[in-house]
Every structure is written in C-alpha cells, then in structure tokens.
Design a protein around this ligand. Structure first.
Ligand SMILES: NC(=O)c1ccc[n+]([C@@H]2O[C@H](COP(=O)([O-])OP(=O)(O)OC[C@H]3O[C@@H](n4cnc5c(N)ncnc54)[C@H](OP(=O)(O)O)[C@@H]3O)[C@@H](O)[C@H]2O)c1
Length: 263
C-alpha cells in the first residue's frame, strides 16, 4: 500500500522519545519531511540524529518547543511553514500529567494538566488549521490514553482532560470535514516507554511492592499478554495520517493489546 507520505510536511510534538519519537521515525521511513519538537534541546537534537542515521532521511528538523508555551507553538508551526510551505500532518503529543487521586491533587495540578494535555492541543490545532484549510487537506492525530474509554484510578488528571480532548477532536472532525481535514485520537494502553515505567514505579512505591511484580500484574490484564512496543503504536498512527486514510475521522481508537474491556 502506498501511504503517499513522501515529501509531506509532518509535525510530531513531544517527539524526543517514547511514542512521539517512534511515530516520527515511521514517518521518516516513509520519506516525509518530519519536524520533531520537545522541551530539551539536547534530547531533541539527538533524536533527530538517531532518526537520520536509521532512515537515511535528511529532511528531519529538531525544534525546542514546550507544549505549555503558546509562543513556542506558534514559532514551531511558523518555522515549519517557512521551510516546507505548509503542514500536511500534525501529530499532537505531550508529556503525561502528574499521577494521583482526587485528594492528592491541587488546583494548580489541574491547571498544569489542562495546559499540558488539553489547551496545548487546542493551540497546535489552531495554528495548523489555516494551512490545512487552504490546501483542503490534512490529518491531525492526538495521542491520548486508554483513559478515554475507561478511567484509570491513579490518573485522575488523565481521566479528566483526555476525555475533554476526545470531545474536542470529535467536534472539530465534524466542523472541518468539509475541508477534508481528518482528525482522530489514539489511546495507548501500556506501551513500554519511560512514562509507563515511571507510572509502574509510582504504583510499586505506593503498594510497597517490587517493580517486576507490578509489571507482571499489569501484563496479566492485557489479553495479548505483554506491554506494547512504541513502533506497534507508531505504525497505526502513521497509517491514520497517511493518504491511505481518506475516510476515517472523528474516531478514538485504543492501541492496548485488548486491555480495556469496554465496547
Ligand atoms: N506509553 C503509554 O503506554 C501511554 C499510555 C497512556 C498515555 N500515554 C501518553 O502518551 C504521551 C507520550 O507518552 P510516552 O509514553 O511516549 O512518554 P515518554 O516516553 O515519557 O516521552 C514523553 C515525551 O514528551 C516530551 N515532553 C514532555 N513534556 C513536554 C512538554 N511540556 N512539551 C513538549 N514536550 C514534552 C518529552 O521530551 P522532553 O523531555 O525533551 O520535553 C518526551 O519526548 C504522554 O502524554 C503519555 O501520558 C502513554
């Protein structure tokens, strides 16, 4: 299948490691012009170097952009448009919110998670829309969490703002479908990244158990019997944002090895 991504202008935010990095790598393999962004200059530069080395694609740009910094988002998109004329694909990704239950969290924690996990996505979408509307095509993919289908007890902030993101995404998918802009959301279950390891460590500490025990317990909840690997999610992300997807929009899909039992 031709994914039609060669020379397309792609932005992947929070792309220095984990799911964002894996997704950027798959786009690079398809010959896209990929701009990756994250907070840490050294990390994002070494991600660029690693992608170039693995794929031979020299059209990779690394940009420092904190998703909670509105001006940085505007500069990111403006820079991409200056280099490539437009944005064909936006993969909206960010750092995960603080773990915790209701009584662990302050107003400030809610405000921070709102800015990191919801408002940032509003801002990136608003910044790329004029270009996608003008060319009457575009793909936007939001990386959320399995909490969009089933709340996670220790991740109240995710449960709160990721579901808001799905509401936003569904509404925008309808509003901008006439401009042929397709907007979808992926909810990862447990994909083996630093974030998931950190969350497992938090649970292990809370329950005073071994990290290995917690990981085995988590794996037992997954019908496929293991954590996913970042590239397993990335290939789906790339398909959804490719020319091969011309008709699926407004969907929220889990990539979770069957973990969530809800329909
Ligand atoms: N892995 C999973 O199974 C899973 C499950 C559910 C939800 N998620 C969500 O998916 C997203 C990606 O997770 P991951 O597992 O790939 O995490 P990860 O391996 O910890 O990577 C996080 C990435 O986000 C960047 N980042 C963090 N804060 C940022 C900010 N304020 N602005 C810009 N970039 C930022 C980091 O780079 P810098 O440090 O350089 O900024 C890094 O590239 C997170 O929101 C996470 O909560 C993941």
């Amino acid at each position: 299948m031709d994914l039609g991504l060669s020379n397309k202008s792609v932005i992947v935010t929070a792309g220095s490691k984990g799911l964002g990095y894996a997704t950027a790598l798959e786009f690079a393999k398809e010959g896209a012009h990929v701009t990756i962004a994250s907070r840490d200059a050294e990390r994002i530069q070494s991600a660029k170097a690693a992608i170039e080395k693995e794929t031979g694609n020299k059209q990779i740009e690394a940009v420092v952009c904190d998703m909670t910094d509105h001006q940085a988002i505007l500069d990111l998109v403006e820079g991409v448009v200056k280099r490539h004329g437009t944005v064909d694909v936006l993969v909206n990704n960010s750092g995960g919110p603080k773990a915790g239950r209701f009584e662990d969290l302050t107003d400030e924690d809610f405000q921070t998670a709102f800015e990191l996990n919801l408002l940032s996505f509003v801002r990136t979408i608003r910044a790329v829309l004029p270009y996608m509307k003008q060319q009457r095509s575009g793909h936007i993919l939001n990386i959320a969490s399995s909490s969009i289908k089933e709340p996670i007890a220790s991740l109240l902030l995710s449960n709160t703002f990721r579901t808001g993101l799905v509401g936003l995404s569904k509404t925008l998918s309808q509003e901008f479908a006439p401009s042929n802009i397709l907007i979808n959301t992926i909810g990862p279950g447990r994909i083996a990244t630093d974030r998931v390891r950190h969350l497992d460590e938090v649970i292990a500490k809370e329950r005073q158990l071994d990290l290995g025990f917690i990981q085995k317990e988590q794996e037992a909840r997954i019908p496929i019997g293991r954590y996913g690997q970042p590239d397993e999610l990335a290939r789906i992300a790339v398909f959804l944002c490719s020319e091969a997807n011309t008709y699926m929009t407004g969907q929220a899909l889990l990539v979770d090895g069957g973990m969530v039992k809800a329909l």
